[in-house]
Design a protein around this ligand. Sequence first.
Ligand code: HQG
Length: 185
Amino acid sequence: MGTMKETTPDLTRISKYISLILRHKPEVIGIQLDAHGWADVNALLAGISKKYPINWDILDEIVGRDEKQRYSFSEDGTKIRANQGHSVQVDVELTLTEPPETLFHGTARRFAASIEAQGLLPRGRLYVHLSPDQETAEKVGRRHGEPMIYLVDAGRMHRDGYRFYLSANGVWLTKVVPAAYLKHL
Ligand code: HQG
């Protein structure tokens, strides 16, 4: 099976709009997220439908087929949130987790000098995003340009008191990564 991008471009477009709403700008459809990042499903559907054809079945398909499992429904199915990637201040109840010794961060080569001077900063988001493997990091890096992979000494960071969280969809998150814990491939 191909990725969503290859087979159903319209769903991808709607998914990107959902990411914008649930991570960054709920106000574009005039809704609010609660303290835990949840949006009301009916309000989301009503808001999106002004721009794209959508109904509950389509939303359920987008959520279920998302290759990164970006979204979750609440247990009763009345609410939906993004699992990670937010710029708005919400508490998605991330699980504090002991990281593996090494995590990976994919970025673009043109950011290297700045990263090696300042460490990894969350920029627009609440956390720095780290990948469990090199392959995933490479894909993340490619989004920004010619990819560059950093190895993060997560075990040592953890022993030094830095906190790591694992999102519901397997992305590792931490507030910052000082340059001393980075080594590029
Ligand atoms: C870079 C996608 C210069 C950082 C992915 C990155 C991920 C610095 C960019 C998720 C820097 C921020 C997040 C510094 C960090 N100087 N550049 N000191 N510190 N940067 O998009 O990690 O498809 O906010 O290396 O899969 O690329 O949207 O973060 O290149 O999980 O679901 O600043 O987004 O998921 O870019 O990606 P981003 P990211 P989705």
